[in-house]
Ligand binder design. Structure first.
Ligand code: SF4
Ligand code: SF4
Length: 426
């Protein structure tokens, strides 16, 4: 980290000793997983820097923005519309929920058989080690899976200004009406909190900013169709994770700049792994920072991850908001249309997700699909059976992995993935 931020963390009320230990473990893990990769694109230096300042410079930026009267809104899910927060000049930060931290504490509030992502939210909050949670003006939860919606009832007792957005369970007309009403309510809440009004002009501008961010990610993903892939799955996952908390315009520029480099690498046939390395598509639960376990195992074999059908991946970034509306209501309706397409497994039925996996497998020339679930995640675990069956019927090999954030099963998972990679290479 470029500066000493101890005073800032102290003022936020962090447990300094525990926080120091956390940063140490994160730094070690990062070096081992990311910096040890061979032949990385130069453009990854920006993202390495952002990661090295995840609890430093970025937090300072948020606190400086707050001093200037801007609001900071934290969230846990891709259903929270960033456009509405940006419209009032607010800052949207997706909170990382990918570490096994403070689970003993979390289990005082949650049943043991709760997914690791939810436990991680509680572990960080209860352990006073997350400067993001302590910096936000409002934290937004969403009623998606049963685990989250019941956990949010408890989190609301621990966190000031915790806002819960309701979500439908079906993609019906009635479901969309509820969805629209919730987005309308959320817009009002954001206006109240910021004491600013969403106008046609600021909303159109924010739609453009977020669409550009998604466009840059789409460009990045399209370059991974090449064989050899010019960038590793690990690095692409990292970029997708940073997507949630970096300044959106700066992030978009950095992604476009690495894409320029990757385009050159594609022409020169420079890859992170040799040509014909087995290509794997990952599908399933989101991998939040610093959950890098499965990609690290896959790419150590080596196989290369060429796509992520995930909320920290294409599911979360595909589809753009139509900005042709002429009123706030028309633009808001376009935002509703866009977000209502997200095919999260909490929807029933959810056929578009399966179609999307099939389409991605073809588009990215994947040799096989690794379906990744967090243990106790019923929506994705339930969907994994029909996904496996349909993919196998289409002669696409599938491996289902259920795991958590611990490292205990790493050896066993590696053995299974090695066998899978051997199978898809034949
Ligand atoms: S998987 Fe569903 S609940 Fe989780 S981040 Fe994505 S949309 Fe939200
Ligand atoms: S991983 Fe599954 S159980 Fe956990 S919060 Fe996401 S949808 Fe819910």
């Amino acid at each position: 980290m470029s500066e000493n931020y101890t005073n800032m963390w102290e003022e936020l009320g962090l447990d300094l000793e525990a926080h120091e230990q956390l940063l140490h473990v994160l730094g070690e893990g990062y070096r081992e997983v990311f910096l040890s990769q061979k032949n990385r694109p130069e453009g990854m230096k920006y993202f390495d820097f952002v990661m090295s300042e995840v609890h430093g410079l970025r937090i300072k930026e948020l606190l400086d923005a707050k001093k200037q009267g801007r609001i900071v809104v934290g969230s846990f899910c891709t259903f929270v519309p960033e456009e509405l927060i940006l419209a009032v000049d607010g800052i949207s930060v997706g909170l990382c929920t990918g570490a096994e931290y403070g689970f003993d504490n979390a289990e005082k509030y949650l049943p043991r058989n709760t997914c690791a992502l939810i436990k991680s939210i509680f572990g960080f909050k209860l352990g006073n080690v997350c400067p993001y949670i302590e910096s936000v003006d409002m934290l937004v939860g969403e009623n998606t899976c049963d685990g989250k919606k019941k956990a949010y009832e408890i989190l609301g007792t621990l966190q000031d200004n915790f806002y819960v957005m309701d979500l439908p369970q079906t993609k019906s007309d009635e479901g969309k009406d509820l969805f629209r009403a919730e987005y309308q309510k959320f817009m009002k809440k954001i206006e109240e909190l910021s004491q600013k009004t969403v106008t046609e002009e600021n909303l159109r501008k924010s739609i453009e900013i977020v669409n550009n961010k998604r466009r840059a990610i789409k460009r990045l993903n399209s370059l991974r169709i090449a064989d050899p892939s010019p960038i590793s799955g690990l690095d692409t996952l990292l970029i997708n994770q940073i997507y949630f908390y970096d300044d959106p315009v700066r992030f978009t520029n950095a992604v476009n700049s690495i894409c320029d480099e990757l385009e050159r690498r594609v022409i020169e046939q420079t890859g992170v792994f040799p040509q014909h390395t087995p290509r794997i598509l990952i599908s399933g639960c989101p991998m939040a920072i610093p959950n890098w376990k499965i990609p690290m195992i896959v790419e150590s074999i080596p196989a290369v991850i060429v796509g992520e059908e995930s909320c920290v991946g294409v599911r979360g970034t595909r589809n753009f908001v139509d900005d042709s509306g002429n009123t706030v209501q028309e633009l808001l309706d376009a935002i509703v249309e866009r977000y209502f397409k997200i095919d999260c497994a909490i929807f029933t039925p959810n056929p578009s997700r399966l179609e999307h996996i099939l389409q991605m497998t073809k588009e990215y020339h994947a040799d096989g699909v690794l379906h990744y679930c967090l243990q106790f995640c019923q929506p994705y675990q339930m969907e994994s059976g029909s996904i496996e069956q349909t993919l196998e019927e289409n002669n696409i090999p599938v491996l289902r992995i259920d795991t958590d954030y611990s490292q205990e099963d790493t050896g066993q998972i590696k053995t299974r993935i090695e066998a899978f990679v051997e199978r898809v290479s034949c």
